[in-house]
Ligand binder design. Structure first.
Ligand code: MCN
Length: 775
């Protein structure tokens, strides 16, 4: 409706503030009397702590406190709680050791926090941290996923380093399908470890108010309410109203700005001890050692086909690296929750997947844009291309033959998921046309004439988004008639203010410029689960819709009185309550004002004009899409250049095509980054982190990407009144496989059969040289 309604390409309202440098990021918050904290982190991958000598540090100028794991233990700080009930292969309970905030007897990865130095100034805290002397006894370590089981134990209590095993699908049916198949294609794929590299490194500012005996944490987190609940219930063991968490503007989160970082509890704890605010800000070079990492798995996959090229079964065995600690359920999310999309958009009579989560001397892994879906899509889509190559089939034909038809919706997959709707064949057909796939051979020839190898790939992606967890919205009118929208989700760059104001405008007709937007404050917003799993638009947006519906219902009663008409004759449209068939109407603002004046109200109606909405969907939505990409490879240097990228996606009803495009762009960039260059690398022998700074950790830049053509093939879902599906991760899910498949397509004529990400020029060049010597 109108220029701001659903479906309009509205420019982001928040940009006015952000582009002028008037945002309020966490580091912009500074409080009187604030002290600065610096973390002391392990320099070893694995070591026993013989002793920690803080005496010199404590005597250094300006130092207020130097605290260690022994202090944490003395004060009885708790740990996060796990609710997942996984098992180890022998049936014993999952081994999921939590982090205690500061390591107490052993450090288990490079960067493991073991002390915190607090001083008057940052420089003084840094100096003090350097004076903390740790007497380490180095121990053997293991950082490699493939070598974890059987490597040196990260925890003595878990000698084989296997934390837990997760299974889905039908093992016997899949074994039978593979045994009876015409052909079985077997491959091993490695998905690298990456870091989210948000623009705003993490930070935390802790405050303790002795008058109220209450904590306030300012932090750039994705789920303020759940951070509060965890800190209150698990760490400090106090009622949750004793803690307030405030997240202002957040410069990116991508899944790994989650909820159990040690620094959150440590700054609050130190603030109470010192009776003054304590602030910690992560240095850019500290980020990779300090933050949760992502992905990192090794998969053996088997695809069974009949003689006609129909898929019969899929068997997948994955080793997933969870790092040294499993501090909350979310550390396991990416390892299991989305293996369910391993069968992709294809008909599979049988499938079985087993994920073994292994402990290593590395940072914990956590959900990161896509959280398991890019990994799952990578496996199935690479396997299909590899099968096509091995069997001499056209990869697009092979896909088309096995697609789940739109007529089969809702479709239950052998991994137990029900896709509610989608038209995969149309998305693929549209993408093939947009990407001029038919014209590829000519482009390949032209590239060859210029000494380049050109490759193409077509990939279908599907993801699970916006699952069954509640979300909250409140629409609050003042007696003066102005409106405030309060949301339980937290924007980290996903333009929530714009999106939710559009939905509010669509339903209540309010001018976005006249609506105040609030999120990220547990004192002001009653409830929230937060932003992850591309859930905010679907669930938060429906909560807005629900609250608006309640206001419309109440408004009709008030308007009936104001317009001297029967309630049944009142209709609401375009922000006005009117009497049907007449031009008599009142604006929602006027109804809101009247709602605070008892004399204006029908008898018995409660004054006030504010309503909440809490929506909990019954099941996930299934955003999907087709990605087509082309690359050119320089055979002399191995350099890969992205030459074309087309996406046709189905996120159901599009709320805002402009911001959606931004989300897809960003998501693709993250997928391309991982496919071509990003990687956290540890030295095998020592377990040392080799990629702690941007000198070693390569990030994609503008010239890494190419123009993208993005079109929609929306199939609205009936699972929510908006018809929307999640979108925030869609770009990444398809980008990872399509880029590597395109590189493989370019290299295949040279005989290159295997290549793991990242497709750096060195790796590609080596693959070309190896293929030459094999011939
Ligand atoms: N949208 C739309 N129509 C839809 C769905 C979404 O127009 N049917 C648009 C809206 O503009 C909406 C945005 O896409 O605001 C994202 O919506 P949604 O899919 O609901 O995702 P969330 O808001 O829940 O964001 C989470 C998602 C995830 S899980 C990661 S990781 C991620 C991502 O969003 N992290 C991001 N995008 C990010 N973008 C930025 N800038 N920073 C991050 O940290």
């Amino acid at each position: 409706m109108g220029q701001f309604g659903i479906g309009q390409g509205v420019k982001r309202f928040e940009d006015q503030r952000l582009l002028r440098g008037e945002g309020r990021f966490n580091d912009d918050v500074n409080l009187p009397g604030q002290a600065r904290a610096v973390m002391v982190r392990s320099v070893h991958a694995h070591a026993r702590i013989r002793s920690i000598d803080t005496s010199k540090a404590r005597e250094a100028p300006g130092v207020l406190a130097v605290l260690t794991g022994a202090d944490v233990a003395k004060d009885g700080l708790g740990t996060m709680q796990m609710t997942l009930r996984r098992k180890r292969p022998d049936g014993s309970p999952m081994f999921a050791p939590p982090h205690r905030g500061l390591a107490q007897d052993r450090v288990r990865y490079v960067g493991d926090p073991l002390a915190i130095a607090v001083a008057e100034t940052l420089a003084q805290a840094e100096d003090a941290a350097e004076l903390v002397h740790v007497d380490y006894e180095p121990l053997p370590s293991v950082t490699s996923t493939a070598a974890a089981a059987g490597g040196p134990p990260v925890w003595d209590e878990c000698p084989d380093n296997v934390s837990n095993v997760f299974e889905a699908g039908d093992r016997a049916a899949t074994d039978a399908a593979l045994a009876g198949a015409h052909r079985v294609i077997r491959r091993r794929y490695v998905i690298t470890r990456v870091h989210a590299q948000y623009m705003e490194p993490r930070s935390a500012l802790g405050v303790w108010d002795p008058g109220e005996d209450r904590y306030t944490l300012y932090a750039d987190v994705q789920y303020p309410h759940r951070v509060r609940n965890a800190l209150a219930g698990n760490i400090f063991k106090i009622p949750d109203h004793k803690i307030r968490v405030i997240a202002g503007d957040v410069g990116g989160g991508f899944g790994t700005k989650g909820w159990q970082y040690a620094e959150h509890r440590l700054v609050l704890w130190a603030a109470r001890k010192l009776r003054r605010p304590v602030k910690w800000v992560c240095e850019r070079r500290e980020a990779i050692p300090a933050d949760e990492h992502a992905r990192d798995n090794v998969t053996e996959a088997e695809l069974a086909l009949d003689a006609a090229g129909r898929f019969l079964g899929l068997r997948v065995r994955t080793l997933a690296n969870v790092g040294a600690y499993v501090s909350s359920d979310r550390n396991l999310l990416a390892t299991f929750s989305n293996v369910f999309t391993l069968v992709g958009v294809y008909v599979f009579p049988a499938a079985h997947v087993e994920v073994t989560s292994v402990l290593t001397n590395t940072n914990s892994t956590a959900p990161y844009r896509g959280a398991g879906r890019p990994e799952a899509t990578y496996v199935i889509e690479r396997l299909i291309d590899d099968a096509a190559r091995e069997l001499g089939l056209d990869p697009v034909e092979l896909r088309r033959k096995n697609l789940i038809p739109a007529s089969a919706m809702p479709y239950r997959t052998p991994l137990g998921m029900t896709y509610d709707c989608g038209d995969f064949a149309k998305s693929m057909a549209d993408a093939l046309a947009l990407g001029d796939v038919a014209g590829f051979p000519a482009r390949r020839e032209a590239a060859r004439a210029g000494g380049k190898l050109r490759g193409i790939a077509v990939v279908n992606a599907i993801e699970r988004a916006a699952g069954a967890q509640p979300e909250f919205a409140e629409i609050r009118f003042s007696p003066g008639g102005s409106a405030t929208l309060l949301m339980g989700t937290k924007s980290q760059g996903q333009n929530h203010e714009t999106t939710f104001k559009q939905i509010l405008h669509e339903r209540l007709g309010l001018d976005p410029a006249e609506v105040r937007y609030i999120d990220g404050d547990t004192d002001r917003v009653a409830f929230g689960m937060g932003t992850m799993g591309s859930r905010s638009t679907v669930i938060g947006g429906t909560a807005v819709w629900t609250a608006a519906d309640k206001l419309i219902a109440k408004g009709k009663k008030i308007a009936a009185k104001l317009l001297e008409a029967a309630e049944a004759d009142i209709v609401f449209a375009d922000g006005r309550f009117g009497v049907a068939g007449t031009d008599r109407a009142v604006a929602v603002k006027d109804v809101a004002r009247a709602a605070f004046q008892p004399a204006q109200l029908p008898p018995g109606l409660e004054p006030g004009f504010y309503e909440t909405g809490t929506f909990s969907p019954k099941q996930d939505t299934w955003p999907n899409g087709c990605h087509v990409s082309e690359v050119e490879v320089d055979p002399d240097t191995g350099e890969v250049t992205l030459a074309g990228y087309v996406i046709v996606d189905d996120v159901g009803t599009v709320i805002n095509p402009l911001t959606l495009e931004g989300q897809i762009h960003g998501g693709v960039a993250q997928g391309v980054g991982q496919a071509l260059m990003e990687q956290v690398v540890y030295e095998r022998e020592s377990g040392q982190l080799l990629t702690a700074s941007f000198m070693e950790y390569a990030m994609p830049r503008a010239d890494t990407l190419c123009d993208m053509v993005i079109e929609s093939n929306p199939v609205p879902t009936t699972l929510n009144p908006l018809g929307a599906k999640g979108a925030g991760e869609a770009g990444t899910v398809g980008a990872l496989p399509v880029v590597i498949n395109a590189v493989m397509s370019a290299l295949a004529p040279l005989g290159v059969r295997e290549l793991d990400m990242p497709a750096t020029s060195e790796r590609v060049w080596r693959a070309i040289q190896d293929a030459k010597t094999m011939r």
